[in-house]
Design a protein around this ligand. Structure first.
Ligand SMILES: Nc1ncnc2c1ncn2[C@@H]1O[C@H](COP(=O)(O)OP(=O)(O)O)[C@@H](O)[C@H]1O
Ligand SMILES: [Mg+2]
Length: 255
């Protein structure tokens, strides 16, 4: 799709000096990050750090300053719709499902990119999503508004996958879910990586996020404070103390 000679080494996403916010209130003060093709990267950080603002700026829901490249193209000023057509997908923090529509109808809404591309195979995509989430298949005629929290999250991810994205961005997929359901969601993310899709995962659940990711960034007050391979971050005292809690402290002493 690109005429770049190094198509396979071009990062899927490359961000430099990204600034974004609301009106005059700047929330992101110059973010640098990169996602290699087919990798899972995570941005962890506390409530209010700017994680959702970052994803919304990347998706084009919010205006941004700085360098924003997707698959080697400058997309900083591209419309949301253009970004979707180019293969970006976002599962927003508020899942934004249509509660009075069925599971299957919600999924079909996610296929608009495929329909637009006159890709007749989009119905096969539905079966692929059902294979990934058998629970959604069982409930295909059920109204989305009557699903459990975990099922709603699966539906939101499934709907994003209907567009066959190259870059899937997930905004706190584990938020508000019971531990067992969280496990299932992260298992799904691990499954998804095998399909080759690049994933940008934003999470407050640092432990689970660093387990599934290749590379991680810590976002604090609109700036990246620490970054590195996920396995290294999981052993970094700065990350352990603030985000992983006492369970992993080497001292073994209770607080
Ligand atoms: N629509 C908005 N208007 C104004 N300020 C906002 C809006 N959304 C978020 N903020 C502010 O931006 C900062 C970052 O928020 P957010 O990106 O939602 O953080 P996170 O997702 O990491 O919890 C917070 O101070 C928040 O109050
Ligand atoms: Mg958020």
């Amino acid at each position: 799709m690109t005429n770049n000679n190094n198509a396979n080494t071009t990062p899927m996403l490359k961000v430099q000096g990204l600034r974004a916010g609301y009106g005059r209130a700047e929330v992101l003060h110059g973010i640098d990050l990169e996602a290699a093709r087919g990798s899972v990267i995570t941005v962890i950080g506390p409530n209010g750090a700017g994680k959702s603002t970052l994803l919304n700026a990347l998706m084009g829901v919010l205006p941004a300053q700085g360098t924003l490249q997707y698959d080697g193209h400058d997309i900083r000023t591209a419309e949301l719709e253009t970004r979707v057509m180019q293969g970006m997908a976002l599962v927003p923090e508020k899942r934004e499902l249509f509660g009075t529509m069925t599971v299957e109808d919600n999924l079909e809404l996610g296929a608009f990119r495929q329909v637009r591309l006159r890709n007749r195979q989009w119905r096969e995509r539905l079966e692929e999503v059902f294979a990934l989430f058998p629970r959604l298949k069982e409930r295909r005629t059920q109204l989305a508004g009557t699903l459990s929290g975990g099922e709603r999250q699966m539906l939101a991810v499934g709907r994003a996958l209907m567009s066959r994205p190259s870059l899937l961005m997930l905004d706190e997929p584990s938020l508000g879910l019971a531990p067992l359901v969280v496990k299932e969601i992260f298992r799904t993310i691990d499954e998804l990586r095998k399909t080759g899709v690049t994933i940008l995962l934003v999470e407050q659940n640092a432990r689970a996020a660093l387990e599934v990711a290749d590379y991680g960034y810590v976002l604090e007050m609109g700036e990246i404070s620490v970054q590195g391979p996920a396995a290294e971050l999981a052993n970094d005292p700065r990350v352990i103390d603030t985000y992983l809690g006492a369970a992993k402290k080497p001292s073994g002493q209770a607080a």
